[in-house]
Design a protein around this ligand. Structure first.
Ligand SMILES: Nc1ncnc2c1ncn2[C@@H]1O[C@H](COP(=O)(O)OP(=O)(O)OP(=O)(O)O)[C@@H](O)[C@H]1O
Ligand SMILES: [Mg+2]
Length: 279
């Protein structure tokens, strides 16, 4: 005679047991800690303990601080602290209409949207060309300052400085040459100031290779970059000087341009004294 033969069949949960194969609260907590996506496992969010939710919200604060410090350190390395105050529309150092703040703001909005959805930004590159002293660097810094405030990990470097730092034992803070590349290739947004500045047709093979590598790596990874430059893209009869294409080559320039917006800055040289100095 079986002891269990006549026992009524009671489902496991009603006997205080778990259903076979069920994801219990305990297992769910372990999976969640391991980073599992609960929605993909078909487990509804049953967390009643607010402290766990609040913990993750709290992480946003130190993250924002780390983001701001990294940005400020790169600004300091570029010796451009005086540009930290630039904003699109507010504050004592705001852009003027020549510096296209609406276009730049819309671009930062689109980058944020892309970052949130994990998508590649539609307009990957912002090219800010213009004559000497028109306010390109200020406009690009406004992009960086505002992007950092809004949660985008941003760094800035002058193109010629990047090339110097890529040489052995030349970077600040004992950074190794490979760390310099990694830092500027992997940040969410890079402000590359004075693209192809201080270069001429005799730019070394090293300078060309390093420049192509940095830009190519960022485009391939779908990471946005804002460039400022005094140069034109190509030589014309009216502008026979060096063009960006002479350094980057036609293939990379067309890749860069194919996903770029141009915010050209017009206007006078802001640094020029009202009356020329006589010396
Ligand atoms: N909107 C603004 N309001 C007040 N000052 C500004 C503004 N934009 C730029 N400036 C000032 O004008 C000067 C020139 O600006 P900036 O350095 O941005 O020009 P640039 O085009 O990058 O020059 P360069 O061609 O030499 O790199 C700087 O001293 C900057 O602080
Ligand atoms: Mg500048």
């Amino acid at each position: 005679m079986s002891l269990t033969a006549d026992a009524p069949i009671v489902p496991a949960p009603e006997r205080g047991l778990n259903q076979a194969g069920a994801v219990t609260d305990h297992v769910a907590a372990i999976l969640r800690r391991g980073g599992a996506d609960m929605s993909k496992l078909g487990v509804p969010d049953r967390r009643t303990d607010r402290s766990e939710v609040e913990l993750w919200e709290d992480v946003a604060v130190p993250k924002a601080r780390a983001r701001r410090l990294a940005w400020e350190r790169s600004v300091e390395d570029a010796a451009h602290q005086e540009y930290l105050g630039f904003r699109f529309f507010t504050g004592p150092l705001k852009l003027d209409a020549n510096q296209k703040p609406n276009t730049l703001r819309n671009w930062v909005d689109s980058l944020l949207e892309a970052k949130r959805s994990g998508a590649r930004p539609e307009t990957l590159n912002m090219i800010i060309p213009g004559n000497i002293g028109t306010g390109k660097t200020a406009a690009a810094f406004a992009v960086g300052n505002e992007a950092v405030l809004r949660g985008i990990d941003t760094l800035v470097v002058k193109h010629s400085t990047y090339l110097t730092w890529r040489r052995p034992d030349s970077a600040p803070r004992n950074l190794r040459a490979w760390e310099v590349r990694k830092m500027f290739v992997t940040c969410d947004l890079l402000i590359l100031d004075e693209l192809c500045g201080e270069m001429d047709m005799t730019a070394t093979e090293f300078a060309r290779r390093e420049t192509v590598d940095l830009i190519d790596a960022r485009i391939s990874a779908g990471r946005p970059t804002a460039y400022t430059t005094n140069l034109r893209s190509r030589r014309t009869q009216d502008h026979p000087g060096l063009g960006v294409v002479d350094i980057l080559g036609e293939r990379l320039l067309s890749r860069l341009e194919s996903s770029a917006h141009v915010a050209k800055i017009l206007g006078p040289d802001r640094r020029k004294p009202a009356t020329p100095l006589d010396w």
